[in-house]
Design a protein around this ligand. Structure first.
Ligand code: ADP
Ligand code: MG
Length: 657
């Protein structure tokens, strides 16, 4: 169903959230509620936010002398208290504020002169059933009120397009509400209880759908392939491992072994390799690609960004050099001619290993014989992209890699019983990063940079923001600041730069032509600067803990002592766990607890939440139930309700991209 608005502005804004139809619009839930029930006025605290019903008793005055225009007047509340009311920056309200009329006002109270500074105002009484106002994460072009009205209108006509697809048996078992009723209760609750009750139904719907998708995809992987592959000889893989510059760690060897045994089975592999940043997943991946080459198949290695693709490509060329393996790089920035040439070579099998971004599974690319697909940073891609890549080869083993390690039991449930290999030890035992929280004016910042430059080691300076005039901590401002302090030593890198420019900058940094790189978190993903010793992060509160941990994982890769400075003047207690712990598992778990639904896998940054209502830590039990329920559905497809639900989900998998 199309979205019920003609405003191009809103449509464009919603597209940023991946909301392109009314169904998706309704599944996008508030992240909090503003409580506008009337406050008890008996003992209001200083600076407390309250909502009261007032009558205006003096003529409102507009004062334009200060920095922002101010409307001010006196009022009496329904409890006969007397207040001074200030409304900043909304001069247009003058027209609608009338003497002796009643208004509901929400604002912050100042005890000193009994003043209320207004944050929202509505003419007349707020019915208690309307007192909880939903608040959504929205892009700047859409205002909350306009959006709320759109949701309201959509819900009113939702009877026409929302069907409750739940299998009756589960609906009864878990006492679920009608889906539409639950949506109404969560978007426009009459009480906090409504939210809780409604949410439970929405969560289960989402959870069962997710679990069944997982089971279906996994089921397809576990199917026996049409053409059995030649077995991989472990001895040859060993020779390859011995040809490397370094010895693999115990964990890497175990992982390689598990993966190869899996590849040698008759059914297809569907496995996750998880390990903290720097645990050495890449070489495990390359060893598997080599093994796959041995049995005569093509391999694809998919990563989230061009820069990372290039780096992995170079690494692959290096380790495959002695083995007559043809490696190619497939990224979005290739010219049409380059792309066509490459396409040809992939199709006729001239290329053995293809490294690239999601361009790897564009519709026009077909492989002669894809036998192994590896997806790095798998959480950056949705379930269906995984599916798509596998669809390039009927016969394809799949290895997913994740640097956001999550506890095993959690992973098994979330990923639907997929097989898991884990790298726990770091190749470089000595890796030693000390993390500190420092104030912006701390002398330690300069002191440590000087020390690094002295030793010719690289320094990362990271901020979450690119530009902004009054934003002193944007990368552009930081670049200016540090260029003055260290002339000719500073580079700038951010996501809005074009790829050639980015490559050039990274090259200069890797080659130590300049030692300081000011960057947005584009560097979060994988690039490997072995001798970097210092990571300085501005606005750390804007990052999730797992992202911060990944960022500092760039440091001390050569085993020399490194530092991570979290620069902030705020008291952000959340950051303490980073100072105290270097354990990626522990940090990821903490992170999941802190963040709201959907944020955990970090996809909200990319513009779309993976989950609308679920939080994988809090809702762990529900994931367990839903996984078992999904299995039950798969095992009883002759039941007509199960069959109908299964077909619906299958349809969704096939029609999403
Ligand atoms: P990640 O797991 O974050 O993808 P990488 O695969 O990029 O980690 O490895 C991090 C660094 O460790 C790379 O420089 C890599 O060459 C190096 N490395 C990986 N395995 C070993 C090993 N067994 N011994 C020494 N260095 C290793
Ligand atoms: Mg990596």
């Amino acid at each position: 169903m199309k979205i019920l608005t003609n405003s191009k502005n809103i449509i464009d804004g919603l597209a940023k959230l991946n909301i392109t139809d009314s169904e998706t619009l309704l599944s996008y839930l508030p992240y909090r509620y503003e409580d506008q029930s009337y406050s008890d006025e008996l003992d209001i605290l200083d600076k407390e936010k309250i909502t009261i019903l007032i009558k205006i008793v003096s003529n409102p005055k507009l004062i334009n002398t200060g920095r922002v225009p101010l409307i001010t007047f006196f009022a009496i509340s329904s409890h006969h208290e007397f207040y001074k009311i200030n409304i900043f920056n909304q001069p247009y309200l003058m027209k609608s504020l009338l003497l002796n009329e009643e208004y509901s006002i929400t604002g912050t109270y100042s005890l000193k002169n009994k003043t209320l500074t207004v944050s929202s105002l509505k003419k007349g009484i707020i019915e208690s059933k309307d007192a909880l106002k939903p608040v959504y994460h929205l892009p700047s072009e859409i205002n909350q009120k306009v959006y709320r009205n759109l949701v309201k209108r959509t819900l009113e006509s939702a009877d026409n397009f929302i069907v409750d697809s739940m299998i009756p048996h589960f609906k009864e078992k878990y006492r679920l509400l009608d889906y539409l009723k639950a949506l109404n209760m969560v978007h426009f609750p009459s009480s906090f209880d409504d939210i809780k009750i409604g949410l439970r139904t929405l969560k289960y719907h989402e959870c069962l759908e997710y679990s069944l998708k997982n089971q279906i995809i996994r089921g397809e992987s576990k199917r026996l392939p049409s053409i059995p592959k030649q077995k991989i000889e472990l001895k040859k893989v060993n020779d390859f491992i011995l040809s490397l510059d370094f010895k693999l760690t115990k964990d890497q060897l175990v992982a390689v072994r598990e993966i190869i045994l899996d590849m040698n089975r008759d059914s297809l592999m569907y496995r996750l390799l998880q390990g903290d940043v720097g645990s050495g997943k890449t070489i495990v991946a390359l060893t598997c690609l080599y093994s796959n080459f041995l049995r005569g198949y093509q391999g694809a290695f998919m990563v989230p960004t061009d820069t990372l693709a290039r780096q992995q490509y170079e690494e692959a060329q290096k380790v495959f050099a002695k083995f007559n393996i043809k490696v190619a790089l497939l990224v979005g920035s290739l010219s049409t001619k380059e792309r066509n040439d490459l396409k040809q070579k992939i199709e006729n099998g001239e290329i053995n290993v293809i490294v690239g971004t999601h361009a790897l599974f564009s519709k026009d690319i077909s492989y002669m014989c894809l036998g192994l697909a590896i997806i790095d940073e798998q959480h950056r891609f949705g379930v269906n992209q995984r599916n798509l890549l596998v669809s390039k080869g009927e016969n394809c083993d799949l290895l997913l890699m994740s640097a956001t390690p999550i506890p095993r039991t959690l992973a098994l449930t979330i990923y639907g019983d997929m097989d898991i290999s884990t790298l726990n030890v770091f190749p470089n035992q000595k890796r030693d990063v000390e993390t500190k929280i420092v104030k912006e004016d701390s002398l330690e910042i300069k002191y440590l940079i000087d020390e690094m430059i002295e030793e010719s080691r690289q320094v990362f300076i990271v901020s979450s923001k690119i530009e902004g005039e009054d934003e002193t901590k944007s990368v552009e401002k930081l670049y200016e600041k540090y260029s003055l302090l260290y002339p000719n030593q500073v580079l700038l890198l951010h996501g809005k730069m074009d790829n050639d420019k980015k490559e050039a900058v990274l090259k200069q940094f890797l080659n130590k032509e300049k030692l300081i790189l000011v960057a947005t978190s584009v560097i979060e993903l994988g690039i490997n600067v072995v001798s970097a010793g210092l990571m300085i992060i501005y606005n750390p509160s804007n990052f999730g803990l797992a992202s911060l941990h990944q960022l500092r994982g760039r440091i001390s890769r050569d085993g020399n002592k490194g530092y991570c400075l979290l620069v902030t003047d705020e008291d952000d207690e959340r950051l303490l766990v980073l100072v105290e712990s270097n354990d990626g598992f522990k940090i990821a778990e903490q992170d999941m607890k802190n963040r709201g639904p959907g944020d955990m896998i970090g996809v909200r940054q990319a513009g779309f939440p993976l989950f609308n209502s679920l939080n994988i830590v809090d809702d762990f039990r529900m994931f367990e139930c839903a996984r078992d329920d999904a299995k039950e559905i798969m095992n009883n497809l002759s039941d007509k309700d199960n069959q109908r639900y299964y077909q619906m989900i299958l349809n969704k998998i096939n029609h999403q991209d």
